[in-house]
Design a binder for this molecule. Structure first.
Ligand code: SF4
Length: 275
């Protein structure tokens, strides 16, 4: 069986620059299983709203591609910038966070038939209604919010954005059991939101805020890759503390940010948070 047959949406290498000196979104890739809830968390300026707008067609100035596999078995649709969206692709639909407030929300026909609902900037208090919405309409959901901790118990998968990049992505149970990326750890610890502006290249974009910064972090930009730590859970993580011991062919190839880098201990036992 095709391991990808259960996917409703694949996002590959989506980058949006809008003519600026740095991307607002940078090589964002992920797969969304049918009926799953993906929580995308990030500070203001992390790119989460731009991602939501790319998904729903509000932003058409991007590179990369989206592949929609309709749950009714209809033909696969590949969406790129500049190509008109066929009507079936309208089933990748935006919804206001207000739909989470009502016990019986009134959805538009397009929202009711969506394969994927995209809800941007949902308040933490409303996130518990996501499962009800998903179960009622049978759709997958991409929801963005500021606080990843608020997605606990409601999201099936969690992605954390920083500076337009996914810095950690995994099954929610793995992310919550052991967040790997220092930014995820900071957000879980309730760290105050920063300006969201990544450090300039070269080096890791998070290095100016990272409590685990090493010398090599000033020179290498870590790729998003599968790492295993602690109790054996795995997440896709962009941090030089960890091994890249279990490559994921799809997402590793898609991330491609630092191909050819060597692995590091998992995590490095010489790396401790600075006091
Ligand atoms: S690569 Fe270095 S600076 Fe970047 S998140 Fe990891 S430890 Fe911190």
């Amino acid at each position: 069986m095709d391991a990808r047959s259960g996917l409703v949406l694949s996002v590959r290498q989506v980058t949006a620059t809008f003519g600026g000196d740095r991307p607002v979104l940078c090589e964002v890739s992920f797969d969304l299983p049918a009926g799953a809830i993906l929580g995308v968390a990030g500070e203001p300026g992390s790119g989460r709203t731009t991602l939501a707008r790319v998904l729903t067609g509000d932003v058409d100035d991007f590179t990369g591609r989206l592949t929609l596999r309709p749950r009714d078995g209809g033909p696969e649709i590949t969406l790129r910038a500049g190509t008109p969206r066929p009507s079936r692709a309208e089933r990748l639909a935006a919804a206001s966070p207000r739909v989470l407030d009502a016990t019986d929300p009134v959805l538009t026909p397009r929202q009711r038939h969506a394969d994927v609902l995209v809800i941007d900037d949902a308040p933490a208090a409303s996130l518990t209604a996501l499962a009800r919405l998903r179960d009622r309409h049978g759709c997958a959901i991409v929801v963005t919010c500021t606080d990843p901790a608020a997605l606990r118990g409601v999201a099936d998968e969690v992605a954390v954005l920083y500076g337009g990049r996914i810095v950690e992505h995994g099954r929610a149970e793995d992310v919550y059991a052991g967040p790997h990326h220092p930014h995820t750890i900071d957000l879980f610890a309730g760290g105050s939101p920063g300006e969201g502006r990544p450090a300039d290249a070269p080096g890791c974009p998070y290095r100016t805020r990272c409590a685990y910064r090493m010398g090599i972090c000033d020179d290498l930009d870590p790729a998003l890759d599968l790492v295993t730590v602690g109790s054996g859970g795995t997440t896709m993580t962009a941090c030089l503390q960890y091994d890249r011991a279990v490559p994921d062919p799809a997402l590793s190839a898609a991330s491609g940010q630092a191909a050819g880098q060597q692995g590091y201990a998992s995590p490095r036992d010489d790396v401790q948070p600075r006091k």
